[in-house]
Design a binder for this molecule. Structure first.
Ligand code: MG
Length: 250
């Protein structure tokens, strides 16, 4: 069931989103060669807690950290670790959620660690652009299928593939709510978007095939072919006019 938010709830979601976005920005600034993903997770946790908020992911379904940090062929749900030392040329996806006064903000960004290959940079650029193209259709008058179709067409035209096993979602008093927001689909199909819906749009885009597998830790999701994957996410509110990006740091 999709829960429509009141304007008061959207204000609270905006505050939570701001905390999540600022934590993500700080994480990005911490990405550099020699840093461990555990150290980046500590930056995230400290910032969120300093704002009187809680990391949404910590303990979620048993997840052991405040952020998911997914390097190179890891698609999503990478567990921060002291053993994972970043190297120049890595691409580092950081996914951060914050819960403030009972409402969540959820966002992700994939950062280059130092100089990266042009192949990696193109994947980052295309995935980020596909998110912002999709956000343009996240308003009254469009449907869920328009969002997915926009991402899919944008990335497939450039030779990349859309991960289908994981999708975006509604956000509110729960981190994951209805509706599911796939990064693929048919324009003009699916649920109509209505004012007060809050959704996370989060393209997960692979350099090679769309196939993924979950490692034995039950979380870490990697590309089946070992090639690179990128992930960008924003939580947005649907209105009659332009979408409101709730996970904006400013
Ligand atoms: Mg999400």
């Amino acid at each position: 069931m999709v829960i429509i938010k009141t304007s008061r709830e959207i204000k609270l979601l905006r505050e939570a989103g701001r905390v999540a976005a600022r934590a993500l920005k700080l994480a990005g600034e911490a990405v550099e060669p020699g840093v461990t993903t555990k150290e980046i997770d500590s930056v995230v946790r400290k910032y969120i807690e300093s704002q009187g908020a809680e990391p949404s992911f910590l303990g979620y379904g048993g997840f052991p950290a405040s952020s998911c940090i997914s390097v190179n062929n890891v698609v999503i749900h990478g567990i921060p670790s002291k053993k994972c030392v970043l190297e120049k040329g890595d691409i580092v996806s950081v996914d951060v959620g914050a819960c403030l006064e009972g409402f969540h903000g959820d966002n992700a960004w994939t950062y280059p660690c130092g100089d990266v290959s042009s192949q990696a940079q193109n994947l980052l650029d295309t995935t980020r652009e596909s998110l912002f193209e999709a956000i343009k259709t996240a308003k009254v008058g469009f449907r869920i299928g328009d969002i997915g179709s926009t991402v899919q067409k944008y990335v497939e035209a450039r030779g990349y593939s859309v991960v289908r096993k994981f999708v975006g979602h509604g956000v509110g008093a729960k981190l994951h709510e209805d509706p599911a927001v796939p990064n693929y689909g048919e324009a003009g199909r699916g649920m109509r978007l209505s004012e007060g819906m809050v959704i996370a749009i989060e393209p997960m885009i692979n350099l090679g095939s769309e196939d993924v597998k979950v490692l034995s830790d039950g979380w870490t999701t990697v590309t089946a072919d070992g090639k690179l994957s990128a992930h960008f996410e924003k939580t947005i509110a649907i209105t009659e006019g332009d979408p409101i990006i709730l996970t904006d740091p400013d």
